[in-house]
Design a protein around this ligand. Structure first.
Ligand SMILES: [Zn+2]
Length: 317
């Protein structure tokens, strides 16, 4: 169960036992940093409860992931799964005047309550994911409290927040808190390599700064890629004075891992050019692979990139 969620074994165990024993609380509070699997867990939970092939109470299999219900949930199109968040607040007419990016207002909760007390569309479980719960106004929390006091059958509210202290005690006492932990570095490295096919060296470097969050790791990865993506274009567009080439090289070779990420991006872009004009780029591709080996050995990264930048620029322009 919950195979698609990385780590979080304690959270998985708590929820899995409640499902198996059919003792599912009406409301949860998922606590933990951004990008560590809280929302993913809420969605997986919704699938397990609503899957029309695997019966949640009798199986350890989890959701089948291909029945109509699972597919709709995957596409965010399941009528009994409601996201109560800033996007919803932007969308719906009920929240006119509440269209702010800083607080989730009472009208959003009133909108939600209409669906809470309505019959479920698919006849199974209705799930409401409220995120970020710490952004609810006092009025919104008070209104939500009424729902938590008289929850309808087969309805689950999942509040998602970073810190438990930000939630009023009246709400805390009516929700089951589940803590989510920052992810271990090796899990983040594995995820980045498997899902984004980046090199192990770059993955290690990103995981160092990701503070246990996949979300943060992906943002760091994209920023790095954007920053370096233009380098190949710059190096091959026009003749650059050597002094400027050396300055560019210096900026991106502050350490071995960064230099490797830069070289990976250059190789990726060079391969695109090579596929279009193999003859023009064959020598450069060979040079790049050769320098990649130098970087993984003990050669000074700055020296490697100096040589490479000068070579590419002189060869192409
Ligand atoms: Zn299914």
């Amino acid at each position: 169960m919950f195979k698609s969620i990385i780590a979080q074994n304690r959270a998985k165990k708590i929820i899995a036992e409640q499902i198996k024993n059919n003792k599912i609380p009406h409301a949860y509070l998922f606590i933990g940093e951004d990008g560590i699997g809280k929302k993913k867990m809420a969605i997986e939970f919704t699938k397990i409860l609503n899957c029309t092939i695997n019966d949640y109470a009798k199986t350890d299999l989890g959701a089948c992931n291909h029945c109509a219900a699972c597919e709709m949930i995957n596409k965010d199109a399941y009528p009994d799964l409601h996201m109560i968040n800033f996007e919803k607040q932007e969308e719906i007419p009920e929240t006119e005047g509440e269209k702010t990016k800083t607080k989730l207002g009472i009208n959003l909760i009133r909108y939600m309550q209409k669906y809470v007390y309505m019959k479920s569309a698919e006849g199974k479980w209705k799930i409401f994911i409220i995120e970020p719960a710490e952004k609810l106004t006092i009025d919104a929390f008070n209104s939500l409290l009424k729902t938590l006091e008289e929850p309808p059958e087969h309805t689950i509210l999942i509040l998602i927040a970073k810190h438990r202290e930000t939630i009023p005690t009246t709400i805390l006492s009516r929700t089951q808190t589940v803590f989510f932990q920052p992810l271990p570095k090796d899990e983040i490295i594995k995820y980045l390599i498997e899902q984004h096919s980046i090199s192990e060296e770059s993955a290690i470097k990103i995981a160092e700064d990701a503070e246990g969050s996949i979300g943060k790791a992906e943002t760091l990865m994209l920023n790095t890629q954007n920053e370096y993506a233009t380098l190949w274009k710059e190096l091959t567009r026009k003749k650059i004075p050597t002094v400027d080439l050396l300055e560019k090289s210096k900026q991106v070779s502050r350490d071995r891992e960064t230099a490797i990420s830069v070289l990976d991006m250059i190789i990726e872009n060079a391969m695109k050019s090579f596929r279009k004009e193999p003859e023009k780029y064959i020598d450069i591709i060979e040079k790049l692979s050769e320098h990649k080996i130098y970087l993984t050995r003990n050669v000074n990264p700055n020296t490697v990139l100096d040589n490479l930048f000068i070579y590419i620029n002189s060869k192409i322009v």
